[in-house]
Design a protein around this ligand. Structure first.
Ligand SMILES: Nc1ncnc2c1ncn2[C@@H]1O[C@H](COP(=O)(O)OP(=O)(O)OP(=O)(O)O)[C@@H](O)[C@H]1O
Ligand SMILES: [Mg+2]
Length: 318
């Protein structure tokens, strides 16, 4: 099947420094493939190269090497551009236009006229939750409201592939929930969504797949369930009627312990050995088993681990 978005060894060096320019690699040989209809989360800490990638895909900047395709065509193909939507990282609009005028302007660029244009603008403003404020000049808008106008702008042409750079930034929890719902609605209609974020909860709620970028390099890619599932980092054993002096005798395999009620303990076990031996020992000493659960990484743990690895790798190679 044809990819919605495909990059092959996409690389970007910026020239930095005032007198003596030297290259700074912001993106290093990124190869990814996003299928039509996917909601793809592009995650990474500040400076990872997310915005750089989106700008390359939008042809706002040009790659040092490598290539990118959208809907089977090289980026920049005019026929494809009409089928894309883009929310920049810090959308900037003409301050003295109202939200309605601004969207009307973008709608007219895509050939909407007359009542159809008005209907389209009004429907999109409704969808992003801008009410009577739509008749106010944008300079009076809060950051969150501008972000919503930006999202409406990205959807004006009913795009097949939508690129959103930090769509949740500047939004309060209610706004985030609304944008999330909007993104799910788009997904259900078959739109491909590619969005950058460092808000991991949003990625967990929305994405079919994520990529983790750190220091310009791809450090992990896959379905969230895969990324999270194989990273078991230990066991949580909950037992009742445990005598506390026994805990010390169990040794290093117990990473942490906490008394959660009198005589009832939660023990966090490392992966150093299977939990059965320890369980037998604890039960043999008269305790009762309450629960034994695998401890899995959260997306936050996976993210932090990959980011830490990438920065230690950079330190050793620089
Ligand atoms: N125009 C530029 N000139 C020089 N360096 C740049 C330029 N734009 C970005 N960079 C550098 O490229 C790297 C990647 O930046 P980018 O903006 O893509 O990161 P990001 O992942 O979007 O970060 P954030 O989460 O802060 O938005 C950073 O080290 C940044 O300083
Ligand atoms: Mg950015």
């Amino acid at each position: 099947m044809q990819s919605a978005i495909r990059t092959e060894e996409l690389t970007k060096d910026y020239a930095v420094g005032f007198w003596r320019k030297r290259p700074h690699r912001a993106l290093d040989r990124l190869s990814i493939d996003v299928a039509p209809g996917e909601v793809f989360g592009f995650l990474g800490p500040n400076g990872a190269g997310k915005t750089t990638t989106l700008k390359l895909l939008m042809q706002l900047i040009f790659p040092t090497s490598g290539r990118a395709e959208i809907l089977g065509q090289p980026v920049g193909a005019v026929a494809v551009r009409r089928r894309l939507g883009y929310l920049p990282e810090n959308p900037y609009f003409y301050d003295y236009l109202t939200a309605e005028e601004l969207l009307g302007y973008f709608a007219s660029l895509f050939g909407y006229v007359g009542p159809e244009r008005r209907r389209r603008v009004s429907m999109l403003l409704d969808r992003v939750g801008i009410g009577a404020e739509r008749r106010m000049q944008l300079r009076k808008f809060s950051k969150g409201m501008l972000q919503r106008v930006g999202i409406a702008q990205a959807l004006i042409n009913d795009p097949e592939v939508v690129f959103l750079d930090e769509p949740m930034s500047g939004l309060d929890p209610v706004g985030r929930r609304e944008v999330r719902a909007l993104m799910l609605e788009l997904r259900d209609r078959g739109t491909t969504l590619f969005f950058s974020s460092h808000i991991l909860a949003d990625a967990e709620a929305l994405c079919s797949r994520v990529a983790i970028l750190a220091g310009g390099r791809l450090t992990a890619i896959g379905q969230l369930s895969e990324l999270l599932a194989f990273e078991i980092r230990g066991w949580e054993l909950v037992v009742a009627d445990l005598r506390p002096e026994l805990i010390d005798r169990l040794g290093d395999v117990v990473r942490h312990h906490a008394e959660i009620a009198p005589g009832r303990y939660a023990l966090e076990l490392t992966l150093a050995e299977p939990p059965e031996r320890l369980l037998a020992e604890v039960l043999g000493a008269g305790a009762r088993l309450v629960a034994l659960n695998p401890l899995r990484d959260t997306l936050e743990d996976v993210f932090m681990k990959h980011v830490a690895e990438a920065s230690s790798h950079r330190m050793t190679t620089e």
